[in-house]
Design a binder for this molecule. Sequence first.
Ligand code: SF4
Length: 470
Amino acid sequence: MATRPVHPQTEAALARRWSELPAGAQTASQTLGRHAVGCEGTHGVFPKCNLACTPCYHSRDANRVAVSGEHTRTQVSEQMSLLRRIRGPRAHAQLIGGEVTLLPPDDHAATLQIMRDAGREPMSMTHGDFDYDYLEAVALGADGRARLPRLSFAGHFDMLMFGRRGIERPDDEASLHPYRRRFTEMFARLKREHGVRYFLAHNMTVTPRNVDQIADVVQQCHGYGFGMFSFQPAAFVGDDRRWHDEYRDISADAVWAQIELGAGTRLPFRVFQNGDERCNRTAYGFYVGDRWYPILDDRIPVDLRVRDTFFRHLGGVNFSGTPIPLLIIKVARVIARHPSVAMVFAGWTARMIRSVGGWKLLSSKIRPVSFVMHSFMDAEDVAPAWEAMQRGEELTDPRLRATQERLQACSYAMAHPETGELVPACVQHGVLDPGQNVALRKLLPLAPVTSQRIRHDVPVTGGGRAGRDV
Ligand code: SF4
């Protein structure tokens, strides 16, 4: 069983995921149900944040909820159990709330371990404004040794965030580059000093204010150490006091064109599709020097055959969470049954060497970097679409119908152990968060303040380290 290429529970979870997809999403490029069940995230744990973003997808009560390590651990444990039960033994899950580094380091580490124990590869979602001491305290146990084999963090950096230490109100994206670099350097130091491996993603909200600065962010920061650059066009969701622009003025194509400009090449996002194309675009590849290469190109038929072979014979294999020796045995078992797989991938390897250049591959470092665009939906569309779905009703209004299709093919789920339900993150943030945060405010009230100035409400126009003084 241990060396079996695909765990039977994974096989069952993938088959169920595929069968639940709307017909329009059951395409040759679809990863859900063939390679992954989709990404997962926590909710209702620590909604508070100490920066102010415009926009912010959190409801207005989020900053009135105290951060509790015990509450976080209990809730995450229950949510992960449900995800484990419904979606099988392996998945990627985000430890997400408000700001994850407001958790005491021991609680942060314990929560990551809870997620790992449930078979999840956890990623901590942060604004990145914390110090090396905190990172070290999360990574190391009382004996000074690494307590987690690997850390994954997503750092969110953009000029629409206010209150970052040293740069309370960024003028532009370029002025944040030193802060992006500082973030990645902390992890490089952790690896150097303590041998803790890491994966880093860079997240950025996109509005008409910063869309034309995306290319510069990619050009300047691709070598900092991020393994993924993810861009999220803003949606009308969360705290409406922080909606300042007409977010629909920018199209998905315009955002993607900027990312391509930064990467200096076309980014083929139709090889692999995660859920619905209106929600997600992803291009997988790597840098050699300053040049980015896709692992597969959606215009090249032989590349698409490699993808199809991968899905058919290796799709269910868990590549990222399996120790290398065990992974080699699993792949060997696949090849023993299907020797043609080895030929297909040998051909692919030869083509990659030809395309990049053998000498370049030998003399330069290969840096895997993927580009992602994730477009959340507006709460005013999600609410009626979801309500109708709960009644088993298919809406006919084209906009709401599209919303329902996207929710059905959602690649980012959150678990509700109290109902046994999984909900798309769009539903969580657009429909459920406001009520949930009101309840959390009563359950976890902020401690009374005696001598400090109270700043519960995050300033709408920025200019302060909101919440930090509370
Ligand atoms: S969370 Fe929303 S935008 Fe993201 S994949 Fe799910 S439905 Fe699409």
